[in-house]
Design a protein around this ligand. Structure first.
Ligand code: NAD
Length: 305
């Protein structure tokens, strides 16, 4: 288990909160995956494979997806872009996904988001084989999480909770507030915190008195996409803050939390960049390995007389 050093913020004479850094935890996960890839290749004679289905190369999300492929290359996973031939339509995108479902060298599938207009998200999600849905967006995996079973978790929500677990932040019995109720970040993070025995309140854009809810929380997970939404004045002294937000303000990457004021009140906080983000990518690789092992074992079982 990785412990994150207590790191001063600003003036070194001022102790500041503990900085929860994603990079050291991500490095641990990546080296475990790298070792696992070696074992997998020996056992099954092939590399684990990840297909990233993309609808266009000019979208901003491509930078994020390229980073995932780079992470694959570093650990020996065969990661590749799968482009749509011709115009991206609901039919062409879902057909390409089905090809990946049928390809035995592909263990995990990610689809570039957001989808081009006119393509229904639900149609695309439904097309993914749940056994290859390593970012946990298929309704089957969402349902498994909701019921407390082990499906694939959305990587960002997983990272938001894993950074707490791996930093030895106690979760059980504590009051947690999750700001954001999206199906890919807020809601799965809330379910994961419930699974860790926290008492969880989910806040969203229609919540009255957000500050009142946040002030009661020992743990605050913010995933709203609103820079500066949470400030130090809203926090309970000693609260632990996980900032999932990624926003660009004046050409700078910032989270949803006003880091400066929150740092004066929180006992621990994730920086943006450098907190949840690096962990998200490493966990995706970990999910690919889980899918690869499960699929390889299932097909070995098929060969039994
Ligand atoms: P989303 O737009 O789908 O959902 C935002 C949620 O925030 C909604 O549920 C909305 O009700 C809530 N919200 C918006 N304004 C609010 C307000 N003023 N008060 C309270 N709640 C409010 O976004 P998402 O896909 O869930 O992403 C959330 C954030 O996380 C974004 O900044 C996104 O860029 C970031 N993100 C980070 C990673 C990562 O790896 N760190 C990955 C994915 C997304």
């Amino acid at each position: 288990m990785t412990t994150t050093a207590r790191t001063g913020v600003g003036d070194p004479a001022e102790p500041g909160p503990r900085l929860l850094l994603g990079a050291p935890i991500a490095a641990d996960i990546r080296s475990a995956v790298e070792a696992d890839v070696v074992v997998f290749r020996e056992m099954y004679g092939r590399a684990p494979g990840l297909a990233v289905v993309i609808c266009g190369r000019d979208a901003p999300s491509l930078v994020y997806l390229e980073r995932i492929l780079k992470g694959c290359a570093q650990v020996g996973i065969d990661g590749r872009f799968v482009e749509i031939d011709g115009e991206a339509t609901e039919e062409s995108v879902t057909a390409r996904i089905r090809e990946q479902n049928d390809d035995p060298s592909v263990d995990g599938i990610i689809v570039q988001m957001p989808l081009p207009s006119g393509i229904r998200l639900r149609a695309v999600i439904d097309a993914i084989d749940p056994a290859k849905d390593i970012d946990g967006i298929h309704p089957l995996n969402a349902g498994l999480l909701r019921l407390g079973y082990d499906g694939f978790l959305p990587a960002t929500a997983h990272a938001a909770v894993e950074i707490l677990r791996r930093s030895d932040i106690p979760i059980a019995g504590r009051d947690a507030v999750v700001i954001g109720r999206s199906p890919v970040v807020g809601m799965p993070a809330a379910h994961l915190l419930v699974r860790e025995d926290a008492t969880v309140t989910v806040c969203h854009s229609k919540t009255h008195d957000l500050a009142g809810h946040v002030r009661r929380a020992d743990i605050v997970v913010v995933a709203a996409g609103r820079p500066g939404l949470v400030t130090g004045e809203m926090l309970k002294p000693g609260a632990v803050v996980v900032d999932v937000g990624i926003n660009v303000v004046n050409d700078r990457l910032v989270g949803d939390v006003d880091f400066e004021s929150a740092s004066r009140i929180a006992s621990a906080i994730t920086p943006v960049p450098g907190g949840v983000g690096p962990l998200t990518n490493a966990l995706l690789l970990n999910h690919v390995m889980r899918a690869a092992h499960a699929r390889a074992q299932a097909s070995a079982g098929d060969d039994q007389p």
